[in-house]
Design a binder for this molecule. Structure first.
Ligand SMILES: [Zn+2]
Length: 214
């Protein structure tokens, strides 16, 4: 019999049957153990980190189906995964996909309709050229887009609710679907695709200024 260090219940075996904590031993505090845990986090399929990422890319939708049906242990918690990917995205400045230059919006068929007038007004009131206005715009958009990343899940829940309001799905299901969609886009469009492009451009010697200018 052992006493659980976490909940004080008595148990036998490697895990507490009351709260699930692993039996604690002093060696758990060693540096070697910490390094092992970090290594396992990224390589071991037990916590579902890689499995979850592969499932999202190879079989989009499967995570949501499984997770909402209660098959959860095999996956990494979707919302934690989303925030982890957001942090990875924010740490590496090479992924600047969300921050388009101001000139991209001017004359753009979709976004231009909404902000073309605002741009023109600003150019007149601030006596600026489009190039001059681009500078403060870039500074502001970099900050705003990063904050917006954290709102993506909430915004898409709203759309998903509108699409499926007739279904008997509960809010939790909408939340998981919305999280999976956002993980997919962030991972594929803003991390994997830029990485592939960067590799190709580096291999074929196309300069980075070319990439950022067009
Ligand atoms: Zn316990």
């Amino acid at each position: 019999m052992e006493t659980c260090k976490n909940c004080q219940e008595a148990f036998t075996g490697n895990y507490c049957n009351h709260c699930g904590q692993k039996a604690f031993s002093p060696s758990d505090k060693s540096i070697k153990n910490i390094l092992k845990e970090i290594f396992y986090f990224f390589t071991n399929f037990d916590n579902g980190f890689l499995k979850t990422i592969f499932t999202i890319i190879i079989k989009p939708g499967q995570l949501t189906v499984d997770y909402c049906a209660g098959k959860q242990k095999t996956y990494f918690k979707p919302i934690s995964l989303y925030f982890l990917i957001v942090v990875i995205y924010l740490i590496f400045p090479v992924f600047s996909g969300l921050n388009q230059d101001l000139k991209y919006y001017k004359g753009n068929r979709i976004f231009g309709i909404i902000i073309e007038n605002q741009i023109n007004e600003r150019l007149i009131t601030d006596y600026m050229t489009l190039e001059e206005l681009s500078v403060p715009f870039k500074v502001k958009s970099e900050v705003t887009s990063k904050v917006a990343l954290f709102l993506f899940i909430l915004i898409s829940i709203f759309y998903i609710y509108l699409l499926f309001y007739k279904s008997k799905r509960v809010a939790f299901d909408h939340l998981i679907l919305s999280t999976e969609i956002n993980i997919f886009y962030l991972l594929v469009l803003f991390i994997l695709l830029p990485l592939v492009m960067l590799t190709i451009f580096t291999l074929f010697g196309i300069s980075e200024t070319y990439i950022s200018n067009e």
